[in-house]
Ligand binder design. Structure first.
Ligand code: GAP
Length: 516
């Protein structure tokens, strides 16, 4: 697996992802997608939209689905009536516990700070305790020791010949006495951490000229609520019946206490969410269908299944309203973490919006003969994915280093549907009419594919540059082209070259890119 440092360096060097407003020192938790990154992310979002919504066939049950179903799209506004967030529970409860270090001024999420002690031959040293960023069981012992290497090294020296282990001290941040003995990362003395305080993650702003309590609005922390509040509008206008899914792609904002791991935890990010409305009795079957289908979606776009895991939540982990939840996790370079969540949210959201808005959001089944059963409050299955996390996972999974003709190369093995540039066109040399022929072909291909023209430098260097950008095909115009009208098409992954008639290159690529 590629290291995070290499991925960040490649993203910067090749124009995938830059720190936001970098010339001013950046803004923590915000990222900009460069020329290649924007194409990659757009292709991921387009693949999601096409596969989930636009190309969905509502007349037949797809493999594994309990029945046929409808899928439609939505694009709701980011700013919404603030009562939406009261009903959804975000005003009251969308908070993380936050801890500050009074000495270093660093801020941490309490659940992402491990407090531990060291023990020698099983005998614990209780003074001092150490706090390090990470999660117990996820971070390695070396990572947790790193911020306190000197002090722990000195303790090890004072216990020669003994085996050292570290032990988590649960609840230390909530306990004043234990906190007083804890050294924060980078701090010189124990006792600098504050008690955990709830911190609401929603960004607040004001709508209109007056900045008072009546004008408060929030940047949406998820796209889902835009779907719930439009449920009736969609039912009334799209002529759809249960079961029906409504999908949306859009920005979401969270004032994360500790944005980290590159784009993985950002303050501004994009979500790709489906709220799938079904009859309550059918919800368990639809939950399993969506969980498995969403997992397969990543595999179908080239993510290696050994790097994916489907983690079903324990009952103790479930939100109070959820009947089931699973995470699709990816083995990121920094550890296995959530890529997408799939939840059975029961009828919680629609019920909340009915109670707070006073509007009846029930589905009316006009084919139901029994008037008692005609109004149904659907259950909701929610597959909720992040476009930025998906981009990071596809980048990490595509990264490879290998050797071609005795020369090492970096290559991004993107699935052709996701590759930012589909085809590069080169004249072998800048003479004998080759550039003209190559430009003619490039202009023809460009109408259909994201294509790139390059005539500078040795042909081997040009191939390497495209390998590093993840371009699946390079087409070269050479001496034979001028005599027999054929070009070579080089495959990024196998490096084999196939001669194809220049007139047939567009179809050849279409079969491999669109049909791939
Ligand atoms: N409507 C449900 C919901 O928003 P979530 O687990 O909070 O659930 C869903 O978010 C997905 O959104 C995550 O699996 C992740 O891909 C993405 N996501 C959430 N917070 C993020 C952040 N701070 N930065 C980047 N992506 C994030």
């Amino acid at each position: 697996m590629v290291s995070m440092d290499k991925l960040v360096a490649l993203s910067k060097r090749r124009g995938f992802i830059f720190p936001s407003s970098e010339i001013y020192g950046g803004l923590n938790g915000c990222w900009d997608y460069g020329p290649l990154g924007v194409e990659l992310k757009r292709n991921i979002k387009a693949a999601w939209w096409d596969d989930m919504i636009a190309h969905h066939d509502e007349t037949a049950a797809p493999d594994g689905a309990p029945s046929a179903f409808a899928m439609v799209g939505l694009d709701a506004s980011i700013l919404m009536n603030p009562r939406v967030w009261e009903a959804s529970g975000h005003v009251g409860g969308f908070a993380d516990p936050m801890v500050d270090c009074r000495e270093t001024r660093a801020r941490y999420r309490a659940d992402q700070l491990v407090v531990f002690r060291v023990a020698f031959d099983g005998e614990a040293v209780d003074e001092p305790l150490f706090a390090s960023p990470g999660e117990w069981g996820k971070a390695t012992e070396d990572e947790l020791i790193e911020p306190h290497k000197k002090r722990i090294g000195a303790l090890a020296k004072a216990h020669p010949g003994k085996t050292m282990r570290i032990e988590a001290v649960d609840g230390a941040l909530e306990d004043e006495a234990l906190r007083g003995r804890t050294i924060a990362p980078g701090a010189s003395e124990p006792g600098s951490l504050t008690a955990p305080r709830a911190f609401n993650l929603m960004f607040k702003t004001h709508v209109g000229a007056l900045e008072d309590a009546s004008s408060i609005a929030y940047l949406r922390p998820e796209t889902a609520q835009g779907i719930f509040v439009n449920f009736k509008n969609v039912l009334d206008t799209a002529r759809v019946r249960l079961p029906v899914g409504i999908g949306q792609i859009g920005k979401a904002f969270r004032n994360e206490i500790n944005p980290r791991n590159f784009t993985f935890r950002s303050r501004e990010f994009e979500q790709m969410e489906i709220e799938f409305f079904c009859r309550p009795a059918e919800a368990p079957d639809w939950y399993r269908y969506w969980r498995d289908r969403r997992y397969q979606w990543y595999v179908s776009l080239g993510i290696r299944s050994e790097n994916l895991a489907l983690r079903e939540h324990e009952d103790s982990e479930l939100a109070h309203y959820a009947a089931a939840c699973a995470d699709i996790e990816y083995r990121f370079p920094f550890g296995q973490s959530e890529l997408e969540g799939i939840a059975n949210r029961t009828d919680f959201d629609l019920k909340q919006h009915m109670a707070v808005s006073g509007k009846d959001l029930r589905y009316i089944d006009d084919l139901e003969p029994d008037p008692e059963k005609r109004r149904v409050l659907p259950y909701v299955i929610e597959p909720s994915a992040g476009a930025d996390r998906a981009t990071l996972a596809f980048l990490a999974d595509a990264y490879a280093e290998d050797e071609v003709g005795g020369e090492s190369r970096t290559v991004l093995r993107f699935h052709p549907r996701l590759a930012p540039i589909k085809v590069a066109v080169f004249p072998l040399v800048r003479k004998e009419g080759m550039p003209d022929a190559a430009l003619t072909l490039y202009r023809r291909l460009r109408r259909r594919f994201n294509a790139f023209y390059d005539e500078k430098g040795a042909i081997g260097r040009r191939y390497r540059r495209q390998d590093e950008a993840g371009t699946p095909f390079c087409v070269t115009v050479d001496g034979e082209t001028l005599s027999d009208g054929t070009v070579t098409v080089r495959d990024r992954d196998t490096c084999t070259q196939t001669r194809v008639s220049a007139d047939r290159v567009a179809e050849y690529l279409a079969e491999r890119v669109e049909g791939a």
